[in-house]
Design a protein around this ligand. Sequence first.
Ligand SMILES: [Zn+2]
Length: 77
Amino acid sequence: MESGVCECPVCGRPKVESGKYCEYHSRAMDNLKSAFEHWKQALGIRWEDYLKRVQALDETGRWVKELIEYLIAEADS
Ligand SMILES: [Zn+2]
């Protein structure tokens, strides 16, 4: 990981000051994480499996899908 990078690793927009992503993908990450708590309790699902299932849903938003693509690619590398 490069240091001093000030762009969102998903889309290249400026990052929020305190975060790892831009404002859109930061919000997407918050949504993903809070929804995961429910999925985890209900289904006992792992994070990686959760990401793939959310990505396949029609109602998943564009920002969340972009973020998931990035997260999966990062996990595979
Ligand atoms: Zn972004």
